[in-house]
Design a protein around this ligand. Structure first.
Ligand SMILES: [Zn+2]
Length: 626
């Protein structure tokens, strides 16, 4: 499949906020602040967790260790502008209420001086991040070029569109190989519901690109799209995103109904607007100007309605009506809502510190995700609760395994950090998520299969080939508690169809060292290719631990050619022709010291692909089978 050509988005410099005004008022505010703190009460119902009223001050909030720093982020993200990880503080724009809460939690709150304020309200270009329009053009292009794999669907309107003020459609890219019939397990991701969280939507664009680019060449990307549906809502708050693209630290939607039609503090916080436990617990604000304004009623915002309706269309309700009803072990589907920042993998509940009824299973998958991105895996509870959030809805309403990833270390993350750290750390987590979306409460407890190899990936019918790999029950992140692991008990492979397809046949693999007696085992099997059709086959491998849990599959391609094996017929099409000569010639001057050395092109076996090898193949030019 082709590559999508990236254009460099041009982000305009944003409007400066009223820094001078803030600084001029600073002395007055400090005096008011100290006076108010002396007689502080709890601020009243409507003002809890309120972050954007007039009386704000820029402070540094020092945290004693990163664990506390992350908890501060979870609870106070709306007020945080930047984090200095070296010095251990968050730069925050807060009102008296937040200072009270932070101080009550034992944190040191220091009023910032002018030198401490970075120029974060006007941003340089971030060419790695697509604009909303570029993201939509990318998805539309996939749907146009690969109609059998990609669909691009309108599932609702943004607030501005629903108000007749321009705006955007709420759109979902669905990826799956439609030639293979369903029903298939579903993976759903949303991103950029908080507009300023730059890295989130571009990460999902890279994921979609990865799947499409590698379909047919990478066996895992291939079976992921053959046997699953991947649904991506890149822009969950497109109106707000346009504000953020222009350099504003915009979080909410842009509804003009709240806080004044032209206020920069207008809008509802979509991630406090979901119906499950909406406004239950003091984890959102009733103040229209607050950064955590929950909206006037559950799912009042069109963006929220689009996400909720889409989730309910994808997943059945798999959980009972009570808070403590668990979803069954066989429940299906994964939902991840991508945010930034703090390097965290979070799961429900956020509205209470009590564990979710599926806490053990949510934790197991969370620790598996964190194995790849090295984020801290924990329940979505910080210093204080959040209510009406996406993941509490996904799990609470439907029983779907729901997660929030907090990517990276900044809202306006540098492109170099995005490219070198966020993308490579999170792509494997996303790939794994789709692999286990069939049974997310069961499969992650089992071992991973990886390092698959074949003694020869292209063999004539009737010959045997050795399949090897590693099965490993230890791949969890143990920063927050230790995931129990077990010895490997079994491994098996399947040809052409994965284990859950009716009629597929399990073939036993054995431990390379003679017995299954450890948590990580090299495994192998001899594949007999008699009876396999000519052409390319896909081999699935999986392992089981002593608890009986089967882990996620990995796969590798094996090509079976006709019984006639011709010298120099590299492409296995039954004749030695120009294509084969070009194939060996393209390896000219490679040696067995090269990383991508392929011994098949060293036909005389002297460790070099040289002119002798090319001439030996030329000597067979024109030979055919039969
Ligand atoms: Zn967020």
């Amino acid at each position: 499949m082709g590559r999508y050509m990236r254009r460099s988005p041009t982000l305009k410099r944003g409007n400066k906020r009223k820094w001078l005004t803030v600084m001029a008022s600073l002395a007055v505010i400090i005096i008011l602040l100290l006076g108010s703190l002396a007689g502080a009460d709890d601020g009243g119902e409507g003002d809890t967790m309120d972050g954007s009223t007039n009386d704000t001050v820029i402070v540094l909030v020092y945290y004693p260790d990163l664990d506390v720093g992350n908890k501060v982020f979870i609870s106070f993200e709306p007020w945080i502008w930047e984090t200095n990880y070296e010095e251990g503080y968050h730069l925050m724009k807060v009102s008296q209420r937040e200072i009270e809460l932070l101080t009550a939690a034992g944190l040191q709150v220091v009023v910032a001086d002018q030198q401490a304020l970075p120029a974060i309200e006007s941003i340089p270009n971030y060419p790695c991040y697509e604009t909303v329009e570029e993201t939509f053009a990318f998805a539309e292009g996939l749907a146009a070029n690969y109609p059998d794999f990609a669909t691009w669907t309108d599932v609702g309107d943004s607030w501005e569109k629903s108000a007749g003020l321009g705006g955007y459609d709420m759109r979902v890219l669905r990826l799956t190989n439609s030639a293979i019939p369903g029903p298939k397990p579903r993976f759903f991701a949303t991103s950029a519901i908080h507009a300023r969280e730059y890295t989130t939507a571009p990460l999902l664009v890279r994921f979609a690109q990865y799947l499409v680019d590698n379909y047919g060449t990478d066996a895992d990307a291939t079976w992921i799209l053959d046997y699953h549906e991947v649904h991506l809502m890149f822009h969950t708050n497109p109106d707000g995103r346009k504000k953020a693209e222009a350099g504003a630290l915009w979080r909410k939607n842009t509804s003009q109904n709240y806080c004044g039609a032209t206020s920069n503090n207008r809008g509802a916080d979509l991630n406090r607007n979901f119906t499950y436990r909406w406004d239950c617990c003091g984890g959102s604000s009733g103040n229209e100007c607050s950064q955590t304004y929950r909206g006037p009623s559950p799912a009042s915002e069109p963006e929220t309605q689009a996400v909720q309706n889409y989730l309910r269309s994808l997943f059945p309700d798999q959980r009972g009506p009570n808070d403590n009803d668990p979803a069954p072990a066989e429940a299906t589907g994964i939902y991840i809502d991508f945010h930034s920042y703090s390097n965290l993998v979070l799961w429900p509940w956020g509205y209470t510190g009590s564990p979710a009824p599926n806490e053990t299973q949510l934790q197991t998958l969370g620790r598996k995700f964190a194995y790849w991105n090295d984020y801290r895996p924990q329940q979505a509870i910080g210093l204080y609760v959040t209510d009406g959030a996406t993941t509490d809805f996904g799990y609470g309403d439907l029983g779907v395994a729901s997660y929030c990833f907090e990517l990276g270390t900044a809202f306006f993350q540098s492109c170099s950090y995005f490219e070198t750290t966020i993308v490579p750390a999170n792509l494997p987590a996303l790939i794994y998520a789709v692999k286990v979306a069939r049974t997310p409460y069961m499969t992650p407890a089992g071992p991973d299969a990886y390092n698959l190899s074949l003694s020869d990936d292209r063999v004539p019918v009737g010959s045997t080939v050795t399949l090897s790999g590693t099965v490993d029950d230890t791949r969890y992140d143990n920063q927050e508690g230790t995931e129990p692991t077990q010895n490997i008990a079994a491994a098996e492979y399947y040809v052409d169809t994965p284990p859950w397809v009716v009629g597929s046949t399990a073939m036993t693999m054995s431990a390379s060292d003679g017995g299954f007696d450890s948590r990580q085992e090299n495994v192998e099997a001899t594949i007999d290719t008699s009876g396999l059709s000519e052409g390319r086959h896909i081999i699935f491998v999986r392992g089981q631990d002593e608890n009986g849990d089967w882990g996620a599959c990995s796969a590798i391609f094996l090509t079976v050619s006709s019984t006639c094996v011709l010298f120099g017929d590299f492409d296995g099409n039954g004749q030695v022709e120009a294509a084969d000569i070009m194939e060996v010639a393209s390896r000219w001057r490679m040696t067995d010291q090269d990383a991508d050395w392929d011994a098949r092109y060293d036909v005389d076996g002297d460790g070099n692909t040289d002119v002798v090898d090319i001439m030996l193949v030329v000597a067979h030019w024109g030979e055919t089978c039969g």
